[in-house]
Design a protein around this ligand. Structure first.
Ligand SMILES: [Zn+2]
Length: 500
């Protein structure tokens, strides 16, 4: 195990910043304070952080690594994906184990563990999807929560016939989440309307990537978001809306929060940095590269809007939905946009994109940056303060960040397994200089020191206090009670006398 002294930096947590050294030993933060002098310098590696920020490593709440999807498999596997993450200052990913309809949730979970464990370069956890409903699913959710460290379950309101569940299943799944102390997550889009919209576009002769957005415009996302919130609220279950991509869906979430609902919104790097005008690009392969669900929005004011809400607390955490497909895979849909594998990159660039568009732009400060890139995720998914904070006893997942340096994002220099980067050419202030994962320097000035399988699965306890304190209190004080009144004693008509 390495011993590391990070000297002379500015330690930034979600609540405050301080000039302090950080001592790392045995994979943990052992001391934080000015002018630290470790008793022994044996094996001590000193990292100079003068003029730099020392941040909790990023937590990406939404990845799909080596995901079997739409007839193919996403290119970034658990090795290459987590390596790219580390290069960008992200030290933990939460991926999705997704069973087929009729399949076992536990088997899916174990399958994903089998893929991830030998390959991950940083810590990871798994959300599990509920793609169908039965007593067995209900029982497996409980087992996963109590014995496997899963406290979040995702339901799809889109991908009809593949993963989509209807309102009764949502109600059942949300109720069970509540019962076992989990967070319900939704992919919020109206899958029935998408299927109809796609048919309409094809009938109009629109087969290209623009048809993808046109067939699922933002009201389709906003409607499903509203519906999910209504259903979750009816059973007092906390809700986490993944990949919030449109202004109207974000407004629905902001309004619900103003009504006191326990709901969290997760914009992603692509939605915060890009708009959907790319779908109208003349080069087919360029337009197809941006296809994901829900789509980026052609309204070019969308990224700025989402970033403002993220800065001001209406939206809470950030992921990427990193699910990369190369051009040949995307070409499965060359004649029909419905067959273009959905997904794009973001895992490596999330931190820089949010720094550039959020912090450099003056929308949020460095503390809010930490909150939305790691701390809030750690709190919601019950890993705080082990993750998402630099404090004595926390995991030594740290990124040393140069807020003044810039880098230009490019597929030529990125570490993803594909030859296209949706942020190509974007110049970002905010550059990760050194990344420390599990107490080891894994990335420094462009050089990696990683080993496949070095990351660990992080089990998460149910009933995260950050989320469930309010939920439990509401259960106690907000139950409707019957009105006490004397029984009605007057006449009642006989139904037999009512004419048919
Ligand atoms: Zn999704």
């Amino acid at each position: 195990m390495e011993r590391i002294l990070i000297r002379g930096g500015r330690v930034v947590n979600a609540d405050c910043s301080e000039e302090a050294d950080v001592l790392v030993e045995g994979g943990l933060v052992r001391a934080v304070g000015p002018g630290l002098r470790p008793a022994s310098s044996a094996g001590l590696r000193v990292v100079d952080a003068a003029g730099l920020l020392v941040l909790p490593g990023g937590v990406d709440t939404h990845t799909n690594l080596q995901f079997p999807f739409m007839g193919t498999q996403s290119k970034d596997d658990f090795f290459q994906g987590t390596k790219a993450a580390l290069a960008g200052g992200t030290t933990m990913v939460i991926d999705f184990a997704i069973p087929q309809k009729g399949g076992s949730l536990i088997e899916a979970f174990e399958k994903w563990r089998g893929w991830a464990d030998p390959k991950v370069c940083c810590d990871y956890a798994l959300h599990v999807a509920v793609t169908w409903w039965s007593d067995k699913v209900k029982e497996e959710m409980k087992l996963l929560a109590q014995e496997k460290g899963v406290n979040s379950f995702k339901m799809f309101m889109a991908y009809k016939d593949l993963y989509m569940v209807g309102d009764p299943e949502l109600h059942a799944a949300f109720s069970q989440c509540k019962e076992i102390g989990a967070i319900a997550q939704v992919h919020a889009e109206n899958g029935d309307l998408i299927a109809e919209g796609a048919k309409k576009m094809l009938a109009l002769g629109i087969t290209g990537p623009e048809g993808h957005e046109l067939s699922r415009p933002e009201e389709v996302e906003a409607e499903a978001t509203q519906r999910a919130i209504t259903i979750a609220s009816s059973v007092n279950c906390p809700l986490f809306v993944v990949h919030v991509m449109s202004k109207s869906a974000a407004k629905v979430i902001a309004d619900a929060r103003r009504q006191g609902k326990v709901v969290y919104g997760e914009p992603i790097a692509a939605g915060l940095g890009l708009d959907g005008t790319h779908y109208w690009h003349k080069e087919w392969h360029h337009a197809a590269a941006y296809v994901m669900g829900p789509p980026l929005r052609p309204d070019s004011t969308t990224p700025d809007f989402l970033m403002n809400l993220l800065a001001n607390g209406d939206l809470t955490v950030t992921g990427t939905d990193n699910c990369t497909f190369d051009i040949c895979q995307k070409a499965l849909g060359k004649d029909d946009f419905r067959k273009i594998p959905n997904g794009l990159n973001g895992l490596e660039d999330r931190m820089s994109v949010i720094w550039e568009k959020g912090v450099h732009s003056g929308k949020m400060d460095e503390n809010r940056f930490v909150a939305v890139t790691s701390t809030n995720a750690a709190k919601i998914f019950n890993m705080y303060p082990r993750k998402g904070r630099i404090a004595v006893g926390s995991d030594a997942d740290i990124v040393i960040w140069d807020p003044k340096a810039t880098r230009t994002i490019s597929a030529k220099t990125h570490h993803h397994a594909i030859d296209f980067n949706v942020f190509e050419g974007m110049v970002c202030h905010g550059v990760p200089v050194v990344t420390i994962s599990r107490g080891k320097v894994v990335y420094q000035n462009g050089m990696f020191n990683v080993t496949a399988g070095e990351g660990k699965y992080i089990p998460r306890e149910p009933f995260p206090e950050y989320v469930y304190k309010r939920i439990k209190q509401r259960d106690q004080v907000c139950q409707p009670v019957p009105v006490k009144r004397a029984p009605y004693v007057g006449k009642v008509i006989s139904l037999a006398t009512v004419p048919k």
